[in-house]
Design a protein around this ligand. Structure first.
Ligand SMILES: [Zn+2]
Length: 119
């Protein structure tokens, strides 16, 4: 029997409910929720303003939009924490890294505009 499980992913004080299909065993549940480990172990508060109002965000950059950047956005002050991508797949947050506010470089078109993943 195939089951759909609703799994709450808490980022700061916000909870996003993720539906995972194909959950039949504990092993399959662990495999399905493993990609969310980075968010589940992310800091619970912004290191810049102490807000817990955090959201995972995605933006594209580069001349053809070929680069994907994933970050944890502080809705309170706009600072972001980088989510790094492993070459072999998967993501991680560096323990020593802190939330940083975006400062556009002179002469670049990058406005730091973000789009929220999902609806
Ligand atoms: Zn903040």
């Amino acid at each position: 029997m195939t089951t759909t499980a609703t799994f709450p992913v808490t980022v700061g004080s916000n909870t996003i409910n993720v539906n995972v299909d194909g959950v039949t065993t504990l092993e399959s549940l662990c495999e399905k929720i493993a990609p969310f480990e980075t968010l589940l172990t992310a800091p619970s508060k912004c290191s810049a303003c102490d807000s817990g109002n955090l959201l995972p965000v995605h933006r594209k950059a580069g001349p053809k939009g070929e680069f994907d950047f994933y970050e944890v956005l502080c809705v309170g002050c706009g600072a972001k924490l980088k989510i790094h991508q492993k070459k072999a797949g998967g993501t991680y947050i560096k323990r020593e890294e802190t939330f940083e506010k975006f400062t556009p470089k002179e002469g670049t078109a990058d406005t730091g505009t973000i789009e929220l993943d999902g609806e």
